[in-house]
Design a protein around this ligand. Sequence first.
Ligand code: ZN
Length: 60
Amino acid sequence: MCSGETQEIKSITVKYFVLDNLVNTVRNECYYICLNENCDVVYYNQENQIFKKQDMKIPI
Ligand SMILES: [Zn+2]
């Protein structure tokens, strides 16, 4: 999984950025953002749920 620099993020933020068909899969818990530019992962949580760059509505 992701290592290196990360930042905690609220689920409301994740819901704002992910594609409409994925919004319902976002849980009301803390997510983390991966700040590694070489990584496809954008958001993830402690249960290994992952949202990648292609899952984003808006380019990050
Ligand atoms: Zn990563």
